[in-house]
Design a protein around this ligand. Sequence first.
Ligand code: SAM
Length: 288
Amino acid sequence: MDLTNIHDVKDLLARHGFRFSKSLGQNFLIADWVPRQIAEAAGVDRTCGVLEIGPGVGCLTRELAQRAGKVAAVELDKSLLPVLAETLADCPNAEVVPGDVMKLDLTALVSDRLDGFSPHVCANLPYNITTPVLTRLLESGLFRSVTVMVQKEVARRICAAPGTADYGAFTLLCQYYADCRLLFDVPAGCFLPAPKVTSAVVRLAVRETPPVDVPPDALFRVVRAAFAQRRKTLLNALASAYGKEFSKEELRAVLSGCGLPEAVRGETLGLEQFAELAGKIDNKERLF
Ligand code: SAM
């Protein structure tokens, strides 16, 4: 059976009485080059343990199992479990873990199922949970890399440069934790059913040390404040968010201490500039 052949996949799913769920983001890959190229891009070898999110019928799982030491594939849809038992029967190093990746204890999962391996993530993500799941994976600090297929628009946001329309709080979160690369596009025709949008594969190589020296809570408070009101100047956005702690004059002084003009907009600042600003605000806060 070829798990990327549309006829084989339809027969397999019909035999198991499977029905697609839109709310679970079920668009399965039916082009053989895509799972192969995603697994290649993950850059894993036998020393690596891979967390896959949403194996579906297992086409990417099989490609990963050929390269990695171990694959733990978390699937929320119970109706796919008998399908996976069939399609992964000859992959002893692939383990299906029933559950919701947003609720599972990731630390326990890594220590129980990927023990002794260097932990990585690779997945064709369910689009409805892309942002929260990537946030959870990065904040966990558990994984060395995260190679995922997401909507192209999200891929652009992850890899965006300051001052562009795609740049935002999520960009800064991803780039704080990882070196982010947009690798290749995947057209809608590669999926069953075909989604309305183009997809893209990104690789997030998780940093061993943070790129800036400021507490992440302080950094992301400033970042969230700046992008919550994107059209406002940074000064006004900060005044709204920090109005209880600082006068506008104090915030103006902080901006000028960072060498930033009063009319600057947050969307033009890079990670280092946000960090400098957050460091000054955080230090001042501690003085009060
Ligand atoms: N990996 C398969 C492929 O590439 O063909 C399927 C990918 S499909 C885009 C997303 C998969 O994630 C589906 O199998 C879906 O049931 C599963 N899924 C959705 N939400 C999930 C969650 N919260 N936790 C784990 N799996 C989830």
